[in-house]
Each structure stands twice: as C-alpha cells, then as structure tokens.
Design a protein around this ligand. Sequence first.
Ligand SMILES: [Zn+2]
Length: 314
Amino acid sequence: MCTHDHHHDHNEVVDKYTRDMLSRRNMVQALAAGGAITVAGPALSGCKTNAETGAKQFLLVGDSQLSQMAASSWAEAKQKTPTSTDPRYLGRLKGIGSRIARGANKADETWDYAVFDTDTKNAFVLPGNRVGFYKGMMDFAETDDQIAAIMGHEVGHVTGKHAAERVSQQLGGQLAVAGGTILAGSQLSKKCRTTARTQSEYNNCMNKANRNTQLIGAALGMGFTVGVILPFSRKHESQSDLLGAKYMHKAGYDAYQSVKLWEKMAEKSTSRQPEFMSTHPDPSRRARDLHNYIKYQEKLGSQGWQSIAMPKNS
Ligand SMILES: [Zn+2]
C-alpha cells in the first residue's frame, strides 16, 4: 500500500515541480537557510495508519522537523507579499480558524494565520500550522461557512499529515541520506567541502546537495514563495475535503456550504478561473463527493461524523 502510493505521488510532485520550479534560484536560496531533517528511528518510521484518515502512510519525518523547515519560507512569504491586519479579514480568519481547530481537536496547538493582500483566489497551509489565505479567496467565499470550508480543507492537510507523507516519499526514493540525516542547503554544501577529495567528487556531491534542497522544497510545497503553490495529490485533496467537512460540522458550521463553495467554483471556472483550481481537482466532482459524504454522515445518525471512510460504490 505505502510502496505503491509512494511512486504515484512522488512522480506527481516531481513532475509538477520540475516544470514550474527547477530553474528558479529563489527556491534554493529560501532553503539554504533551512537545516537538516533527521530521519526518525526505525520505531517511528515506516508504514503507519493515520488516525484521522484511516489510510496507511509512509512517514520518515515528524511534524516538528517539518515545521522548522517551513519557518523561513513562511517568513519569506509574508515579507514578499503584503499582508493585511484588517480585522474584517485577519480577525475574521482567526475566529474561523480557532473554531475549526477546535472541531479538529487541535485547539491546544499554536496556529498562525496570515491574510495576503491580493486578489488571488487561493489559500494554503504550511507545516507548523501556518495557514495563509489571499484576500481574493475570502471575498470569493463570502460567508463564514464557506471560508470555514476552505479552512477545514487546509486543516485536513495538517491532520492528514500530507506534508510529512510527501516529504517522506521524496526521502524514501530520491534523497541522499548521510548518517540518518537528510541534509539541506548550507549543511550539505559544507559536507561536500569537507568530504570531497577531488573536484569531480565535489561537483557530484554538490549536484546531489542541490537536488536534495530542491526536492525537500518541492515536498514541502514551498514553491508558493515564488508565486506557485504546489498541489497535493488527488488522494490528499479528497481526504482534506472530507476532513474539512467533518471539522466544519464539529465546529457548528453548515457542512453543506462546502458543497455550495465548490459548485460556485465550478460555475466560475469557465470565465475567470479561481487560482485555487489550478492546484486542486475538478470542483464539480469535489462538490458531488462532499455531498455524498455529508448525506452519508446524516444517515448514520449518532454514529455519524466519526471518520471519512465511505462505503464502497457510494
Ligand atoms: Zn488542498
């Protein structure tokens, strides 16, 4: 299960990354400030079942390591794009965020929110509970319930441990591992300088180092710092959608408004396509899947809203 998914997702990430990002030096610079990712010991790593999604995933890294890696990228994003402190945006987003965090049993964790002051219709989440919304997305969603639908989706990426899975897939397949540590940026360059005995050994080492840095960046979805938000796999997007609806319900929002939101996305997709769609699957299909999921939870009555598992052929 883990091995198969690994290949599928891995290619998806790297292909997209290669197309969009590989030549961009900012990416490498952003990560040069990053550090090393220590690979979890055997007891902590490998194929595990995620309690929220019920799906098996291959994990080699922990949340705190990812959070460290993403910190500089988050700071850079806020530096490059103007952010809004307008309470009608940031205050509102924080309020919705804390309700959804409670719905996801994550209220005891620290969350960081930012509203980017552009018309872009998009939102993203970075490791370390960092949720970014563009003003355009909040305007498009319009109501608290529909903003909560997007917030729920982003929180679903967190509880689904999607970033950790994506990074682990990269580490498992591609990254050079040195003594149980995945080195990135300056640390790898330093290692190349101290270990290489010839110029060609040095060049080889540096090629690997740069590749590592790029792959880690791609895996974390750090491309957004240069204006591109890297997509999660379709499987991760679907999981996040259903988790988002579950958190909406638990937080007292109307989960059906997530269906409305995706229908609205689908309508607008022929004219001015929201940017959110370039990184996310077909909105009509998402609306339908969400509708089926919510109906099924209601049918389950008091047993409902406990998992995102659906009966076969639903
Ligand atoms: Zn998503």
